[in-house]
Design a binder for this molecule. Structure first.
Ligand code: SAM
Length: 285
């Protein structure tokens, strides 16, 4: 079944009485060029198990299953199960979990379904939970090589901004802490059914083999990042004193010890400067 043929898709959906849920971010890919590209950039190849989040009618799932050894997909919408039984019929390396990705046991899925394989995540993410899903995947330290996802263009810009630039945010730092992120290609709104109001882009995060900080230092680092970006126009000293109760002088002294301007804002610091700052500050407070 050609899952990018509009009349085929409309026919299968209407036979199952399916109507799109805006709340679940259901914009399905109908541009035939997109899913093969996501699969190829996203490590869908022999020797890999791919975890997909949000199958829709399975247009990406199918491309992943044609290339990777196994595909396990988490889809929250129960109404899609009979649709998927039809659209993915004949592909025997796919397992669908009818669950909320935020609650699913992704470690278990990967361990059980992908034993002996390398693993990666590919998805056209539901936009209402883009950042929470990405941070969940990263923070839960899944044994995966990469995360290749379609997100809204604005989200892609923020995720792929340089840490230390005005376009960066707490999510930029979060993602760069865990991996190397790059934008792969843009996708116009007309590539989806129904068409959303914004364009999209596909990004890939290649996970670091080793993280910059120990687990204890990491907790403090993320508190600093959260506090700093919650008042990003203020100096770090002001933001950390009002949000974390840290004496401004300690912040000034820590910045000075690293050769940084005492009046620095968080958005001016690079990843290396931020991790060094957080490490040095945590040993003082
Ligand atoms: N992969 C399909 C495609 O590209 O055509 C569908 C992508 S659509 C943007 C997002 C999908 O995620 C929908 O099928 C939606 O039902 C599902 N979804 C939304 N929230 C979810 C959640 N919390 N857990 C799992 N799936 C979810």
């Amino acid at each position: 079944m050609n899952l990018t043929n509009i009349s085929t898709v409309k026919d299968v959906l209407s036979r199952h009485g399916f109507s799109f849920s805006k709340g679940l971010g259901q914009n399905f890919i109908i541009n035939p060029d997109i899913c093969p590209k996501i699969a190829e950039y996203g490590n869908a190849q022999a020797g890999y198990g791919i975890l997909e989040i949000g199958t829709g009618i399975g247009v990406l799932t199918k491309e992943l299953a044609l290339r990777a050894d196994r595909v396990s997909a988490v889809e929250i919408d129960t109404r899609l199960l009979p649709v998927l039984a039809e659209t993915l019929d004949g592909l025997d390396n796919i397992k669908i979990y009818n669950e909320d990705v935020m609650k699913a046991d992704l470690h278990r899925i990967i361990a059980e379904d992908f034993a002996g394989l390398r693993a990666a995540v590919c998805a056209n993410l539901p936009y209402y939970i883009t950042s929470p899903v990405i941070m969940l995947l990263l923070e839960s330290r899944l044994p995966i090589d990469s995360i290749t996802v379609m997100v809204q263009k604005e989200a892609a810009q923020r995720l792929c901004a340089a840490v230390g630039s005005r376009e960066s945010g707490a999510i930029t730092v979060g993602v760069n802490y865990y991996g190397e992120v790059k934008k792969l290609f843009d996708v116009s709104r007309g590539s989806f059914m129904p068409a959303p109001n914004v364009d999209s882009a596909v990004i890939r995060i290649d996970l670091h083999k080793e993280l910059p900080l120990s687990q204890e230092d990491e907790k403090f680092f993320f508190s600093v990042v959260k506090a700093g970006f919650s008042q990003r126009r203020k100096t770090l000293a002001n933001a950390l004193s009002s949000n974390m109760g840290i004496a401004k002088q300690e912040v000034y002294d820590t910045l000075a010890s690293l050769g940084l301007n005492e009046q620095s804002r968080i958005e001016a610091l690079t990843m290396e400067q931020l991790t060094a700052f957080s490490k040095a500050l945590s040993s003082r407070v």
